[in-house]
Design a protein around this ligand. Structure first.
Ligand code: GLN
Length: 470
C-alpha cells in the first residue's frame, strides 16, 4: 500500500508506463496469508518490484515505449519475471524507457521522458538557487539516464525495492549512477534473456536495480542459472550469491584503465574516481594503472554491431503478427512500410537503416565482419588485464552527473548517447559482469556512481568488492 501510494504521489516522474495495482494487491494478499502460515515462498515473498517495459509480462501490456507494441499483451512471462513471481515478489508495474531501449536518457519513448527524482531534492534546489538559476520548478528537471530510467527512478523514489532493467551498452548502470542506486549488469549467459524483447542479442542482459549491493546479490541469486529457453545461458549449476563481509582488501588488485581518463570526463567524477582508488590503496589493496588499448574503437564498433543486429531484430515487426498495423490496403508491401513508419520513432528507424547499410553484400566484410574482429580485440584487452592478476577494474560509470533535460536535448541526442556510453559499452561486447555503485554527492547535490568490472562469471567476487566499497 505504501509503495502504491508513493507511485501515485510521484506520478509526475513518469517512471511507470503501467501500474499493475490490482495484480500487486492480490499478490500481496496471498503473500500475507503465506506469511501468517509461516510458509514463505522465498527471499522476495511480499517484496514490491518493478519491471522495465521491454520484458514480457503475461496478461500485462508490454510496449517497449513504442507505438509498434502499444496494446500488445504477451501471453507469457519472461523467464526472469516468472522467477521473481515464483519467489512471491509483488509486481507493481512496468517502467518507462527509451523506445526499444535505444538511448541513454529515457527521453525517447512515446510516453514521454522520465524525470530524475533528485531534481526535486532540497539540496539540489538550494544549490541551483545559490547559483542564481531561475527557479522555475518544472523547467530544470534532470534526466534519469537510460534506457532503464523508469526502473532507476522507481527504485530511487522508494516505489519498489528492486527493479529489472536491461543492459546492452550500459542501460542499467547509466541510470543507476544518475539516480543514486545500485545497477548490476550480470555476466552474459548467467541470466536468461527469454522474454526480454531483444535489442542486440549478443550483448543484451537483464539488469538489476536496487538500493544496496546485498539486494542486487539476492535478486541475482534468484535470476541466475540455465534456462532451456535461452541457449546462451550457462549449463553449470549456479551457487547462491550470498556475499561475505570483506574486512581485508589487502589481497585485492584493483586496475585503473588509463584510457578511461577521457577529456570529456568531468573534473568532479575524475576526482571521486581518484578518491576511491586512494581509499582502496590506503586499506592495503594493490592499485595499478592498466591499459585497455582498444577502448577508443569501442563506440564505433558497438554502433556497427548494434545497428546490424537491430536491423535483423526489428524485421519481426511487420504489422502482421502483433502490435501496430496501419490501415493501408493498397498492397502488402505498402502495409509493411506504413506500419513501420507509424510504429517506430526516428532513432529506431535510423538504426534499422544504418544496420541494413552495414549488412549490404558490398559492405558486410568491410563493416560487420571487421567490427566483429574489433570486438574480439576489445574483449581480449580485458582478458589480458585479468590474466595479469587484476581482480576488478575501477572506472567511472558516466562522464558527469545527471544533466537537465533542456541541456540533454540540445545536442544531437544520438551523438550525446554515444559519448555517454564510453565506460559501459566495452563491457557488453566482452560479456563481463559490472556494477555501478553510488559513490558520493556532487557539489550540486547530485549522485555520482562508480563502476566495478569483474572477470566473466565472477559476479560473486565483483559484488563482494562492491559491497565493501558501498
Ligand atoms: N545507449 C546504448 C544504445 O542506445 C545502450 C542501450 C542499452 O543498453 N539498452 O544502444
Amino acid at each position: 500500500q505504501r509503495c502504491l501510494s508513493l507511485i501515485k504521489k510521484t506520478k509526475f516522474l513518469n517512471a511507470y508506463i503501467t501500474v499493475s495495482e490490482e495484480v500487486a494487491l492480490k499478490q500481496a494478499e496471498e503473500a500475507e496469508k503465506r506469511y501468517k502460515k509461516g510458509r514463505s515462498l522465498g527471499d522476495l515473498d511480499g517484496i514490491p518490484i518493478a519491471v522495465k517495459d521491454n520484458f514480457s509480462t503475461s496478461g500485462i501490456e508490454t510496449t517497449c515505449a513504442s507505438n509498434m507494441l502499444k496494446g500488445y499483451v504477451p501471453p507469457y512471462n519472461a523467464t526472469v519475471v516468472q522467477k521473481l513471481l515464483d519467489q512471491g515478489a509483488l509486481l507493481m508495474g512496468k517502467t518507462n524507457l527509451d523506445e526499444f531501449a535505444m538511448g541513454s536518457g529515457s527521453t525517447d519513448g512515446i510516453f514521454g521522458p522520465v524525470k530524475n527524482p533528485w531534481s526535486y531534492s532540497k539540496q539540489y534546489r538550494e544549490k541551483r538557487k545559490q547559483n542564481s538559476h531561475s527557479e522555475n520548478e518544472d523547467s530544470n528537471w534532470l534526466i534519469t539516464g537510460g534506457s532503464s530510467g523508469g526502473s532507476a527512478a522507481a527504485v530511487s523514489a522508494f516505489t519498489c525495492f528492486a527493479a529489472l532493467g536491461s543492459d546492452t551498452g550500459g542501460s542499467t548502470r547509466n541510470p543507476a549512477a544518475h539516480c543514486g542506486v545500485v545497477g548490476l549488469k550480470p555476466s552474459y549467459g548467467l541470466v536468461s534473456r527469454h522474454g526480454l524483447i531483444p535489442l542486440v542479442n549478443s550483448m543484451d542482459v537483464p539488469g538489476i536495480l536496487t538500493r544496496c549491493v546485498d539486494d542486487a546479490a539476492t535478486v541475482l541469486g534468484i535470476l541466475a542459472g540455465h534456462d532451456p529457453k535461452d541457449s546462451t545461458t550457462i549449463q553449470d549449476p549456479v551457487k547462491p550469491f550470498t556475499l561475505p563481509s570483506l574486512t581485508d582488501v589487502s589481497k585485492l588488485c584493483i586496475g585503473i584503465p588509463k584510457e578511461y581518463l577521457t577529456p570529456e570526463l568531468s573534473s568532479e567524477v575524475h576526482s571521486l574516481w581518484s578518491k576511491a582508488a586512494n581509499l582502496f590503496e590506503s586499506e592495503g589493496a594493490k592499485v595499478i594503472e592498466v591499459s585497455l588499448p582498444h577502448t577508443s574503437y569501442s563506440i564505433v564498433c558497438y554502433h556497427v554491431l548494434c545497428t546490424s543486429e537491430v536491423a535483423s531484430n526489428m524485421a519481426r515487426f511487420d504489422g502482421l503478427e502483433y502490435g501496430h498495423r496501419c490501415d493501408s490496403s493498397v498492397s502488402t508491401e505498402a502495409m509493411y512500410a506504413a506500419t513501420r513508419r507509424e510504429g517506430f520513432n526516428d532513432v529506431v528507424r535510423g538504426r534499422i537503416l544504418s544496420g541494413n547499410f552495414f549488412l549490404l553484400k558490398e559492405n558486410y566484410e568491410n563493416y560487420f565482419v571487421k567490427a566483429q574482429k574489433v570486438r574480439r580485440l576489445i574483449a581480449n584487452d580485458f582478458v589480458n588485464v585479468f590474466n595479469s592478476g587484476v581482480d576488478v577494474l575501477l572506472t567511472p560509470t558516466t562522464l558527469s552527473e545527471a544533466v537537465p533535460y533542456t541541456e540533454f536535448i540540445k545536442e544531437d541526442n544520438r551523438t550525446r548517447s554515444a559519448q555517454d556510453d564510453i565506460f559501459t559499452q566495452a563491457v557488453n561486447m566482452a560479456g563481463l559482469p559490472a556494477v555501478s555503485v553510488p559513490m558520493a554527492l556532487s557539489t550540486q547535490g547530485l549522485p555520482i556512481g562508480l563502476q566495478f568490472i569483474g572477470r566473466a562469471f565472477c559476479d560473486q567476487q565483483l559484488l563482494t568488492v562492491a559491497k565493501w566499497f558501498e
